[in-house]
Design a protein around this ligand. Structure first.
Ligand code: CMX
Length: 462
């Protein structure tokens, strides 16, 4: 018997439920998108034909050998990252989003559905539209049986991120885009099939991720059915086994929505875009992105932060003073390691996502008084000055990962290796949104030019 996590089937829909009513006055996600696509296509046409030769910047050798840092070389419409101000999603800052995006019923935090709507359409959804999307995702969430069998057959010792990437790749057997491409559809129809795949994948990712969690960390325990009256992350929390912890569920909602997109150049989003540009379907594109996310300089940093903070806690003991933390920071740096949770490829200020998560902690006494959260807060008061004095990093301030895993730890979700999986559930919002737009705009195969060192030297001589 391969199945380790037993899954109940969908909870039957209560006909009196709010969710069962299709509200005639609200446009669906696809209808909204259909409305906004022509204007964006026209904007792209104008940029291409009227301004195609405009110069955006210069390329220096330091850009080429420096991992393309700072090169403005990619189109990504959903979000723009300002080094000082941080991320804006279609022009909305994080505090704006917290004000205008509808939360879950009974909740306060942004949810994946409202962020997905904003990223995809550039518009703020109504509460009704958000609920309708929650219902659609719940209906599409079940995994095909062969994927369940595949995941259940994997050894518990296989890293959860490897399992997630494999599961997502296997889902491509169901790809509407791939099937339609084989039938020979027109280029103008690519985006509708891509949208269908992306929505199906976003619906299934948390279910797949929860199954992996149960198999690896809670073998033999029953996986609850998807509840159609819950939002995507409400269901995810429930399937992980934390549904009765409202605080953790709200935290997961906020974290998953906030972490959904961080413009296009980060390794996971860029990988999805690159692979997608070959017309590989969304499942294969996002599976590749997940393996980029699994690196310690990117998505794995959240587990590294926790490991590091716990080691610090063990060494310092109860006497947590700024001085003791400072000594530990220097010890880390002098041993040649990076301080996890600090620094960023683009940001040059404290990450507003870190600030939002810290504010979440400050509004809840249990979190505010949690030893691990207090340690994170105190570390953030000392580390920037130490990193400035160390003098290497261009950004001595905390990034989102300085706190993200520590909150999970406080709530009893203590399995570090799983943390990047939650990030993987989140990043799909931005990466998949942009795959839909890449098809709607007919963006070409990505193919930058590379140079050898000899060729660069030749260029310098000339
Ligand atoms: N601690 C110590 N040294 C650091 C550092 C840190 N937190 N951040 C950067 N540096 C060092 C770099 O290793 C580099 O050293 P070398 O010149 O010896 O190679 C130097 O400072 C310059 O680096 P940078 O230009 O400031 O940073 P990069 O753009 O190269 O790297 C990042 C960015 C995030 C990989 C890096 O800051 C880092 O390793 N941070 C710790 C890991 C982490 O928190 N990652 C999460 C990123 C968040 C996300 O993925 O969204």
């Amino acid at each position: 018997m391969l199945a380790r996590a037993r899954v109940a089937r969908l909870v039957p829909l209560d006909s009196s439920s709010f969710f069962s009513k299709r509200l005639a006055s609200t446009k669906s996600l696809k209808e909204t998108l259909q409305e906004v696509i022509p204007a964006k296509q026209e904007q792209l046409r104008r940029l291409k034909t009227e301004h195609g030769q405009a110069v955006v910047g210069e390329v220096k050798i330091e850009n080429i050998i420096g991992g393309m840092r700072g090169l403005k070389a990619m189109l990504w419409d959903a979000s723009v990252l300002d080094p000082i101000e941080g991320i804006r999603f279609h022009g909305h800052s994080i505090p704006d989003c917290q004000k205008v995006l509808p939360p879950a019923p009974g909740g306060k935090e942004i949810i994946a559905e409202s962020m997905l709507w904003l990223l995809l359409t550039g518009q703020v959804p109504t509460t009704e539209q958000t609920r309708e999307l929650s219902r659609e995702l719940a209906e599409k969430g079940e995994l095909p049986e062969f994927v369940e069998t595949l995941i259940d057959s994997l050894p518990a010792t296989l890293h959860p991120m490897t399992q997630l990437g494999m599961g997502v790749a296997a889902l491509n057997r169901e790809s509407s885009f791939q099937a339609a491409y084989e039938r020979g559809i027109k280029k103008s129809e690519y985006w509708t099939h891509t949208l269908e795949d992306c929505i199906n994948l976003i619906a299934r990712l948390p279910v797949l991720a929860a199954r992996i969690y149960r198999n690896v960390y809670r073998p033999g325990t029953p996986l609850p059915a998807i509840n159609k009256d819950l939002d995507l992350v409400g269901n995810y929390s429930n399937q992980l086994g934390y549904g009765d912890n409202q605080s953790l569920t709200e935290y997961l909602r906020l974290y998953i929505a906030l972490h959904g997109d961080h413009e296009g150049g980060n390794a996971s989003a860029h990988t999805a875009h690159l692979v997608g540009s070959t017309l590989s379907d969304p499942y294969l594109s996002y599976s590749a992105a997940l393996f980029a996310l699994a690196g310690p300089l990117h998505g794995l940093a959240n587990q590294e932060v926790l490991r590091w903070q716990l080691a610090m806690q063990k060494e310092i003991g109860d006497n947590i003073t700024h001085e003791n933390i400072k000594d530990y920071l220097w010890k880390t740096l002098k041993s040649g390691q990076v301080v996890p949770g600090y620094g960023h490829g683009v940001l040059r200020n404290p990450d507003p996502r870190f600030i939002a998560l810290q504010e979440f902690c400050n509004t809840r006494p249990d979190l505010k008084n949690s030893p691990i959260i207090q340690l994170v807060t105190k570390t953030s008061e000392v580390a920037p000055d130490v990193l400035k004095e160390h003098g290497k990093t261009k950004n001595p301030y905390p990034n989102v990962d300085a706190t993200s895993g520590c909150v999970l730890y406080h709530y009893g979700l203590t399995e570090f290796k799983y943390y990047t999986v939650i990030f993987g559930v989140s990043r799909a919002l931005g990466a998949l949104t942009q795959l839909v737009w890449a098809r709607a705009l007919g963006l070409p195969l990505e193919r930058p030019k590379s140079y050898s060192m000899d060729a660069l030297e030749e260029l310098i001589k000339k």
